[in-house]
Design a protein around this ligand. Structure first.
Ligand code: ADP
Ligand code: MG
Length: 504
């Protein structure tokens, strides 16, 4: 799973978590709300019933006090009709007092306000608090009238209970009304939250896809350019970008195309030069033998006695023979360049080539010094882990040979009195194998870095300019690169770079 996938998954996961988490949280609240409303509906009904019952109770009490007052009135009227003495009235009132427990006292007064009779219950200080009211009646018999005041007491607690029940019912009904609006608020909050979550998810998606699409458009644009033949395009690869991998692959592809195009171009050019070398070798080689034979004949067939002339002839013959020999050597080099075989690639260890060089170094030093070895130190570092590549060991050794020979020549020229040093080694990186040849000579100035690989480019009197051309051709046929830059010790550094076997 790459970084991009992880990011997308994270975004989706975050959105889902926010949405579900919010939903669960709100559902929990709503559930609790619904639950409490369901319970309270019944509970509320009970409360209302309770209030009713208490009110009825109080009403019943009230009407029974009225009845008691009526009963007192009737009893007094009946007594007045019989025209009996007042002592009887006192007994009667006492009896009534006993019959109705909530009657506390009865007072009978005449029309003039004089008290005719009055009875009352003794007040019990330990009794519960009472609410005392008076029921007034008028008893009449014939012309006589009496005012009756009946004092009734109802326990205070009945009123209190009614009050409390009423309040509870009131509070509940207010709560119930509000609960409807509370659940409305939940729905609103939920809606807004869902909206926000969707918005955030969209934003994240948009930002991510915007960046990606921008890069994809750039890639498409670059691909179109490459399709049109422009191999110089290179896309910027920032380390934080999601499609860096794709962009890098694209850049690699373009670089490969560029490399293979320049490889093809170089090999085509080399092919033309090889044709030229073949013709040149042919044209030069043929007259060499007659020239040499003619010089020999002139020298050997002189029969005159002029000693000075004879010496001149011998001299001329020697010069001609020497130059012919040089020409023969050149012709040999030209034709071997012309007949350069194609590399025959097979898996092998790059270290082998460096090893083989080690053994041919003494001969090379002698060769450069025309018989006497030059004082150049050649360090061959063959200690390396296996570097598996596809190669033609013979051809590659010929190439490295040319590089080492050039380096020996260069440092020998730069430091004729010794101190010249050449280093040859093989190494590898993650997916490339290298052979490096470097020296501490004068090096090559940068403006010649391209041209030195051209055939016939040489700065040496005896040079042919074919050495580096051969190396480059061989390396290109191996699918590799021949690179030139400055060595850390000051001279030239040539590097043969080949793809590793396992990286193919
Ligand atoms: N190690 C080196 N240091 C400095 N110059 C070099 C080195 N190798 C090659 N050159 C330059 O590159 C030229 C071309 O080399 P090459 O193709 O081998 O042809 P030649 O050796 O026949 O001159 C040389 O003449 C020389 O000027
Ligand atoms: Mg050379």
């Amino acid at each position: 799973m790459n970084r991009f996938e992880r990011k997308i998954l994270f975004a989706i996961g975050l959105s889902v978590f926010l949405a579900l988490g919010g939903a669960v949280f709100l559902a929990q609240g709503a559930l609790r709300e619904v639950y409490s409303v369901g319970i309270n509906e019944r509970f509320g009904a009970e409360l209302v019933h309770g209030v009713e019952a208490r009110r009825n109770q109080l009403m019943a009490l009230r009407s029974s006090t009225e009845q008691a007052a009526d009963a007192v009135q009737w009893a007094v009227e009946a007594e007045m009709a019989r025209k009996r003495g007042p002592t009887r009235l006192s007994d009667l009132l006492q009896q009534l007092l006993e019959r109705y427990p909530f009657v506390r006292g009865i007072r009978v007064t005449g029309v003039d306000g004089r008290i005719v009779e009055s009875v009352s219950r003794p007040v019990d200080p330990t009794a519960e608090p009472m609410r005392v009211t008076t029921r007034d009646r008028i008893a009449s018999a014939g012309e006589r009238r009496l005012n009756i005041a009946v004092e009734v007491a109802v326990p205070e607690v009945y009123f209190q209970r009614l009050q409390e029940a009423g309040e509870a019912a009131d509070v509940y009904s207010r709560l119930q009304r509000r609960s409807a609006s509370v659940s409305d608020v939940y729905v609103w909050v939920f809606g807004v939250l869902v909206f926000v979550v969707i918005l955030v998810a969209f934003l994240i998606g948009a930002i991510l896809s915007r960046r990606v699409t921008k890069r994809v458009v750039a890639l498409a644009e670059a691909s179109r350019k490459v399709g049109a033949g422009d191999l110089t395009v290179e896309l910027p690869t920032s380390a934080t970008d999601e499609i860096t991998e794709l962009t890098e692959a694209f850049n690699d592809m373009v670089r490969d195309l560029r490399d293979s195009r320049s490889r093809i171009e170089y090999l085509q050019r080399i092919g033309a030069w090889q044709d030229f070398a073949r013709r040149l070798a042919h044209e030069i080689k043929n007259p060499l033998t007659p020239i040499q034979l003619a010089a020999q004949e002139l020298d050997e067939t002189y029969v005159g006695g002029d000693e000075a002339y004879r010496r001149k002839l011998q001299n001329a013959r020697a010069i001609i023979e020497e130059e012919v020999a040089t020409l023969r050597r050149l012709v040999g080099e030209f034709s071997s360049f012309a007949k350069l075989p194609e590399a025959d690639l097979a898996p092998a260890d790059l270290g082998e080539v460096v090893h083989a060089i080690e053994t041919s170094v003494p001969a090379m030093l002698e060769d450069v010094g025309h018989g006497t070895p030059v004082g150049v130190e050649v360090v061959v570092d063959a200690t390396t882990e296996p570097i598996e590549v596809r190669m033609d060991p013979m051809m590659l050794k010929r190439g490295v040979d040319n590089l080492v020979r050039n380096a020996i020549q260069a440092v020998n020229e730069a430091k004729p009195d010794g101190g010249g040093r050449v280093l040859v080694r093989a190494y590898k990186t993650r997916n490339r194998g290298f052979i490096e040849v470097r020296d501490n000579g004068l090096g090559i100035s940068e403006e010649h870095w391209e041209r030195v690989f051209d055939p016939y480019y040489t700065t040496r009197a005896e040079g042919t300019g074919l050495g580096l051309a051969i190396v480059k051709k061989v390396v290109l046929e191996h699918g590799g690169e021949l690179r030139l830059d400055r060595a850390p010790e000051g001279g030239a550094r040539f590097r043969i770079e080949l793809p590793l076997l396992e990286s193919r």
